[in-house]
Design a protein around this ligand. Structure first.
Ligand code: NDP
Length: 498
């Protein structure tokens, strides 16, 4: 493993403000944004309060009256303009994203920036098809439904893919005619503030607002705000449960994109070259800090030893290092606390009987990176899948390899977790692969691939992975309610009261 120091590290001189009602609002207090590659503070971010949340929700509420009546072509033009600006500024984002959360800069450029732009482009297209239905209820009635925006949407996003996550919330919510208050994660707030700053003049003031700060303060105040009409949350399952508890008091609807524990099921006839590539992508892309990560590899026993050996050999060659180094394939985890937590979970799984085949080391990358939060790619072997590494979400670069003999048994094991976000099957026998795919209980199942999420394909989970779907035309329905107008066209009535 090598590391070269990136030539230029980002440092923001001025504290980042909240963005409320089209204005930049400075805060009395700030908190530090810490670069995971080095552990240094690279920016100061406004520490919001309940009063800031009040102000942002009021601005969004005032803007809603105008935005809800905007024409579909206006909304399309605005969303398209966001995509254009993201694409035009594509070169400035990768360094920011790599600095912010440790995402390898090559991956940020290849995946995060174009995906975020595509999300806005997609909703710029489908918004033109936002329509209700006319129902044929006979000649005596005119009955029509229409999709109505809900009002102020609270968008709570996690730190792991902030640009993509915020795009997944802003684009459909705005397309449907809502206004939004975003609360980014305290661990990755800068990209959200910079994105909304960049598009400040695209939307009328107050349509998009950002309040930064801590989850238990700003997040909680936003969720509890009486004028918030919908909460769109991506984050951990426990946080999601807490938020739903609060929302139940006011019966506020929510979209919940929560955690996952994805299994790759490898059949005896699978093409091992493809599988090996997909395993590396499935668990080590985005440092393994992905809800869709393939953290369990369930291999037919006849291939178990060979695939385990291949995966370990390739994992050991992955270049771990500074997220800003273009050569880096696996950057640091988001924080020291998270890295230590992942390492502790690996140690617990080993104590429960898993074998550590490779990784789980804190690499020596030299003095300049000594403050970073690195962990080498980790592979555990647990043929019978009996440890916590087979059911808990680690949210890091840790793969557990298991063995199976029987199709019914592998389906049962893959489904025997609380989560239900993404699973996959590898087989050259498509009938077999589709049979297994049909039995896997998750919102998404990939066959002979992983992470394939073209826009239009719904993303989301079941069970402890949440509910609601992002990234599809149907996502617009998550941000609307259906209103029906039933007009009587005649005056005949049944003889009820005569
Ligand atoms: P968290 O649940 O800790 O946080 C998510 C967001 O909620 C953050 O903005 C956070 O703010 C905020 N928040 C925290 N506490 C509260 C609260 N009490 N009330 C309101 N808001 C609150 O998740 P992480 O940021 O740690 O992200 C990792 C998790 O997200 C993983 O479990 C992962 O699986 C899941 N995830 C799911 C995805 C999906 O599509 N299903 C995609 C990406 C991640 P702050 O950070 O400031 O505390």
């Amino acid at each position: 493993m090598t590391s070269v120091l990136a030539p230029q590290r980002l440092t923001l001189d001025a504290p980042l403000p909240h963005l409320i009602g089209g204005e930049e609002v400075a805060a009395d207090r700030t908190f530090a944004a810490v670069e995971p590659s080095t552990g240094r503070t690279w920016a100061e971010v406004a520490a919001g309060t309940a009063a800031d949340v009040d102000r942002a929700v009021a601005a969004a509420g005032a803007a809603f009256e105008q935005w809800r009546t905007s024409s579909l072509d206006t909304r399309q033009a605005c969303l398209w303009e966001v995509a254009e600006r993201l694409t035009a500024s594509a070169e400035r984002w990768p360094a920011l994203l790599a600095t912010e959360n440790g995402r390898a800069i090559r991956e940020a450029g290849l995946i995060d920036v174009p995906t975020a732009a595509e999300i806005f482009r997609f909703f710029a297209g489908v918004v033109r098809d936002l329509h209700g239905r006319s129902l044929p209820c006979g000649p005596g009635a005119h009955v029509a439904t229409s999709p109505r925006p809900l009002g102020v949407v609270a968008a709570l996003v996690p730190w792991n893919s902030p640009l993509i996550s915020v795009a997944h919330k802003l684009a459909p919510a705005l397309a449907a005619g809502n206004t939004v208050v975003v609360k980014p994660s305290e661990l990755a707030s800068v990209s959200t503030v910079e994105l909304v700053r960049m598009i400040a003049d695209v939307f009328p003031p107050g349509v998009v607002n950002v309040v930064t700060g801590l989850g238990p303060e700003v997040g909680q105040a936003l969720v509890a705000h009486p004028d918030v009409a919908k909460v769109s949350f991506t984050g951990g399952t426990e946080t999601g449960r807490r938020i739903l508890g609060r929302l139940s008091e006011r019966l506020v609807p929510a979209l919940m994109e929560l955690g996952g524990k994805g299994s790759m099921v490898v059949c005896p006839d699978a093409d091992l070259d493809t599988v090996t590539e997909d395993v590396l992508t499935g668990i080590f892309a985005a440092n393994g800090e992905v809800c869709f990560a393939a953290s369990r590899l369930l291999v037919h026993r006849s291939l178990h030893a060979e695939l385990l050996e291949r995966v370990c050999a390739r994992a050991e060659r992955i270049r771990v290092g500074d997220a800003l180094d273009p050569q880096t394939q696996l950057g640091p985890l988001i924080s020291r606390a998270h890295r230590d937590g992942v390492a502790a979970r690996v140690a617990a799984a080993v104590a429960e009987g898993a074998e550590l085949c490779t990784g789980a080391r804190v690499p020596d990358l030299g003095a300049d990176l000594a403050g970073g939060s690195y962990l080498t790619p980790t592979v555990l072997s647990s043929p019978e899948g009996t440890t916590s590494a087979s059911c808990e979400e680690f949210f890091g670069p840790v793969l557990t390899v298991e063995a199976w003999d029987d199709e019914d048994d592998v389906v049962r094991r893959a489904n025997d977790v609380a989560y239900g976000l993404a699973n996959g099957v590898w087989s050259t026998d498509l009938a077999r692969a589709l049979r297994i795919a049909d039995r896997l209980e998750s919102g998404m199942v990939w066959v002979n691939t992983w992470f394939a999420t073209p826009l239009g394909q719904p993303q989301g989970g079941v069970r402890a992975s949440g509910f609601g779907r992002e990234g599809a035309a149907s996502t617009l329905l998550e941000y609307t309610s259906t209103k029906v107008v039933h007009a009587s066209l005649d005056s005949t009535r049944p003889p009820m009261w005569t």
